[in-house]
Design a binder for this molecule. Structure first.
Ligand SMILES: Cc1cc2nc3c(=O)[nH]c(=O)nc-3n(C[C@H](O)[C@H](O)[C@H](O)COP(=O)(O)OP(=O)(O)OC[C@H]3O[C@@H](n4cnc5c(N)ncnc54)[C@H](O)[C@@H]3O)c2cc1C
Length: 407
């Protein structure tokens, strides 16, 4: 896959057209964007087989072989600049890849798209040397990427004083503390870590700094957390730092500006999470619709019951609204007009739609939902996490409300 437009340009043209991928009315994507969606769909049909899904989900193992194929085809890093191994597309194209993968399978899809979590921080704020050193390896699938903001004492509000502290000693920084629920820290070369570097400043977020901490560092301990409800192949870890020493050039971005860098990153990454919600909801809708047409109840397909048909109409409407909001948030970023209010709206709304649509899809399956013969059960286990990570729905609504009052 290669980018014929050399960056972000006129992504969305008109409202109200139907694309040839068979999705219902949506913004009209460009031919190139439609081709990306189709290519990802084709890839998932071929690679996300029942055997593969069963194997990796049961073993809770990261699917390196499938992942590296996605890297080779340019789906991973589609939005990184070409000089760092990417395809030079934008946030919208990354959202399209995310949506299609999560639609095809919620667990493998989310696992694949979370695997480069945080690399955009390096792309936006890293030095040339940091970009060259870390990003191409992620694009090639040689390392995953991990970023650590959440602490055991709470993840919703990172503006408070952090427990993970970096102190300058001579030419080095010494890091102590711990981070919770860190995706793929056990499979990454590094963990981008948000630390408190100024213990006196008020408000405390003015004294936070990002560091790129190699996972091979002495004193860094990563423990994979057991017993997760879903997305087993995506690893979730606790990371502890005990006198971990890093050089000055491990600072990512500006000293004491880590909080602001993180907000800028989250504004973008929340759109990717919103796209997860759209994909999971669309995947559940696809399966429920198919089931409602096939399942006969007293001689009639389920779909002919008005209560069931209305459920499906409601689900389709919700998915469409979530998709439009998500594409708009992505498009704004690609146009150089990022809007944190729209990104937060997209994140909480698409996640809520995923939870509600999956719930109604389960209802349509009746008792069969409860058994693993139909994969709708796995959508049910996965949907809820989209409302929690990268900022809970309460945090997103706080952001929306804050911007409403400012405007
Ligand atoms: C599978 C998984 C992967 C993750 N990956 C990462 C990762 O890679 N990196 C990373 O840094 N983190 C990661 N997280 C952490 C995730 O972002 C946090 O779980 C999330 O931000 C919520 O933080 P918390 O769990 O500490 O909940 P808490 O902060 O304890 O919040 C608990 C509840 O209280 C509510 N609440 C808190 N404060 C307020 C308030 N002021 N007003 C109203 N309600 C409030 C919250 O909305 C939530 O409902 C991951 C989590 C999971 C489960």
């Amino acid at each position: 896959m290669s980018n014929s437009r050399g960056g972000n340009s006129d992504n969305l043209k008109t409202l109200g057209a139907r694309d040839r991928t068979g999705d219902s009315v949506e913004f009209q994507l460009t031919e190139e964007q439609i081709a990306i969606k189709e290519a990802v769909r084709e890839f998932c049909e071929k690679e996300f087989t029942e055997d593969i899904i069963k194997r990796y989900c049961e073993a809770e193992e990261f699917p390196w072989d499938v992942y590296r194929k996605a890297c080779k085809l340019g789906f991973v890093g589609i939005h990184y600049p070409e000089e760092y191994g990417g395809q030079g597309y934008g946030v919208l194209e990354n959202a399209l890849v995310t949506e299609e993968m999560c639609r095809a399978d919620p667990e493998l899809g989310i696992t694949m798209v979370l695997a480069d979590f945080g690399v955009e921080l390096i792309l936006h704020f890293g030095t040339e040397e940091q970009k060259e050193r870390y990003v191409p390896r992620v694009a090639r699938g040689e390392s995953l990427s991990a970023a650590a903001f959440t602490e055991p004492s709470g993840g919703s509000d990172i503006s408070k004083r952090l427990g993970t502290v970096a102190r300058k000693e001579g030419d080095e920084w010494v890091i102590n503390g711990s981070k919770m629920f860190i995706t793929n820290a056990n499979l990454s070369d590094y963990v981008i870590t948000l630390c408190q570097t100024d213990l006196e400043v008020e408000p405390p977020y003015r004294g936070q700094t990002l560091f790129i901490v190699p996972t091979s560092s002495q004193g860094l301990d990563v423990v994979k957390l057991p017993g997760k409800l879903g997305i087993g192949p995506s690893q979730t870890c606790e990371v502890s730092y005990s006198n971990v020493k890093v050089p000055d050039d491990a600072v990512l971005g500006e000293l004491n500006r880590g909080f602001y860098h993180t907000l800028r990153f989250l504004n973008e990454s929340r759109v990717e999470i919103a796209a997860q919600g759209v994909g999971v909801a669309q995947g559940a809708l696809d399966r429920a619709l198919r089931y409602a047409k096939e399942r006969e109840l007293f001689g009639k397909p389920l779909f002919q019951l008005q209560a069931v048909a209305h459920k499906l109409a409601w689900m389709a409407t919700k998915v469409e609204a979530a998709r439009l909001l998500t594409y708009k948030a992505a498009w704004l970023i690609d146009q150089g007009q990022p809007d944190p209010m729209i990104s937060s709206m997209a994140k909480w709304y698409a996640a809520r739609v995923a939870v509600e649509v999956v719930d109604e899809a389960a209802q349509i399956f009746g008792g069969y939902f409860y058994f693993e013969d139909y994969d709708i059960q796995r959508f049910y286990r996965v949907a809820k996490i989209i409302e929690i990570y990268e900022g809970t729905k309460e945090v997103q609504k706080d952001t929306v409300a804050r911007f409403l009052t400012r405007r």
